[in-house]
Design a protein. Sequence first.
Length: 336
Amino acid sequence: MPNVEWLLRDAMDERALQISERAMLDDSSWRASIERLQIGPGLRVFLTDAQAHREMTVEARDDRADQWMGGQVTIAGRADIDFLDGQHTHAAADHAILFRPSGRRAAYTIKAGTKFHSVGYGLELGRIERLFDGNVPAPLRDLLAPEVAASRIVAMRGNRFMSSLAAALFACGLNGPLRLLMIEGAVIQLIALQAAAADDQPAASRRRPGLTTAEREALHAARTRLLADMRHPPTLGDLALAVGLTEKRLNAGFKQLFGTTVFETLRNERLEHARIALQSDKVTLKEIAYRVGYNHVPNFASAFAARYGAPPRQYQYMERARRSGSDPLAEALAGG
């Protein structure tokens, strides 16, 4: 499946204020309209209406993504969302989300034969503080903490009020500054609706019981040990013993803090390092597989394809095409 980078390189550039960019795509992979709007210095909005013929992954990158809170309200369809640190969630009509990534990448995957009609937005943290005049609702407080060690996600049940408001942004009948003003007001309403829906849920359904400071420190130490030598990682038992946790608590803690189990964290990091290495033409596939801990290239290729949707060589070819500018779809999205 094609992997497309949608680079948001100018998202923090105030010279790009209030510009509207829209990509209309219609090919063998998908039919889509993706519009990005920058509204003032602290708000960006993404209007997506896509029908995938094949499984598609759109990767959004931002050098300062951790300084923004994201939101997603879906009108119809579904997209699976993966963050750089291995955390995973999804956006659907019955599953709205607020999130704050810990890294600069988020990948949205739309399955073959499905659609994704959705409003996404990013709001700068300082603007959120000003919006609530210091009285931030409880469901949002965790998203605004000074440091983010792992991507944070607050999910809530979507409702007809959210979806109706989101749908109105696609056919508001306004243009220019009036449209931007309407969209800005609608996003503020969506934040209020999402925060209220999250607040109505039992606390246990929003987040798991918090980890102690000692447990967090132990888990970060365990992750460092785990990834120090991905060719020869410690066993689960050795890792647990080294940081003073039981194997069960170690795995549960990884899932809670990093969004993945110990094994999943190791696998994801191995494959992410391999993905980066594939951007170089000087390293063979066998060398890449060996460096990240795979003794057999077929096993590595299968794991890579399962995570990124294409075998390593095909992914490498698509990356070359994207960098050379020969892929019109990549060109259209990279312009955002």
